[in-house]
Design a protein around this ligand. Sequence first.
Ligand SMILES: Cc1ncc(COP(=O)(O)O)c(C=O)c1O
Length: 460
Amino acid sequence: MPSTIIARASRAIRPADFVTAETIAPVKHPSIEALRGSFAEFARPSGADLLERTAPITEWIRARRDARVWPYARAVSGKVGATIHAEGETSAVRHGLNFATQDYLSLSDHSRVLHAAAEALRCYGVHSGGSSALQGRSDISRALEFEIGEALHTEHVVLFSSGWGAAFGAVTALVRSDDHIVLDRLAHASLQTGAAAATRNITCVDHLSVDALRAALQQIRSTDARNGILAITEGLFSMDSDSPDLRAMQSVCREYGATLLVDVAHDFGSLGPNGTGHIGRDGMLGDIDLVMGSFSKTFASNGGFVATRHAGVRSYIEAFGGPHAFSNAMSPIQISTVREALRIVRSTEGDTRRESLMTAVLTLRAGLAAYGLRCQGDPSAVVPVMVGHSAIARLASGDVLSNGLFANLVEFPAVGVRAARFRMQVQADHTPAQALEAASIMACAITRSRTTWEHIRSSA
Ligand SMILES: Cc1ncc(COP(=O)(O)O)c(C=O)c1O
């Protein structure tokens, strides 16, 4: 498939003539203040009054809103599919192509998933009633634990009401202040926050680098043989769409008596044999020390989990993984939704949906490349379109929206200060034609925004 689709995509696009006088819409240029600055400047406010010192960020956000370069906090009306109706904080409801939702296999509107949720509502009501440590579980929670364990070849699974909670809970339950954490420097905020809460002995290592991991472990073990080391990475990094060599990482960890934790939030379900993600791709099912994931992407719900072969680890996470014991459990509707989604993920229909997803992904990447745009990483449901300068990216965020494309702008702190990008998220229900249209809207917007930025800068 891919080569024919890509060939068709390339034929459909004429990069040389796509920016014509007509495509450069007349624009009222935003003020330079709204395009300058970043959240980085507000990360460490000073002053004794916690309330007063919030004023500068509010002003900055207001300037961005007024200039219509504040694409955040959009609200969707109706169902979330390949197209949506949504409104921004400063824009009316629009209809457009939706490349901003993490429903990778388009399961959130699948008839069987909807039926499972409705049945759970009928049988169990709407509430989980308490934390998992007390009486928040239902019989279907146990079934889900078993089924996740079966899919990942791990005997023990602990559920959380969010993926964030699973990450934070796993790290803080297992790591004491004398222990060490070695973290990929691009690991998700939930893992970074968990690490910071657990210990001050944190080493951030180069992204994906097995050599850097080895060097860090070697360094720690040269002075400390008594305490534990948790190494943390992800199956698929969701801002870069790349993944580590999991086999090599697990092997290096074993060599130095360290434990490996892999966050599979974005690849579990959407990639790999039977949806087993990169752990399955690398033939490592059941061989990774600790696996954690989220149900908020491919599984069309909310919730998260930690999976392990060690009964003791399960007990520790249940007892000391704060959000597991001190936050209400997943509701029965969420549990039932995830169970049905998992059944589809593991079936031949799951394979078909993953193929459709990949067709749309490859078409989108080919379309963007034909316009000269650089996509980061490897093909996955996440397609990061690199822009770099946040002013240009902000301008483009308003432009794509007014041309009928929903795509998330990612700036600091989600990525580095000069590494702004659009994180386009593809779904199985996207058609190749929609992927090509999205590529064209994105490319025109970025091209126009570069010109606009030059104009604003030179006349400032
Ligand atoms: C890599 C990664 N881990 C964990 C999480 C948290 O998952 P949840 O949305 O279920 O809280 C996310 C969500 O953005 C994520 O991208």
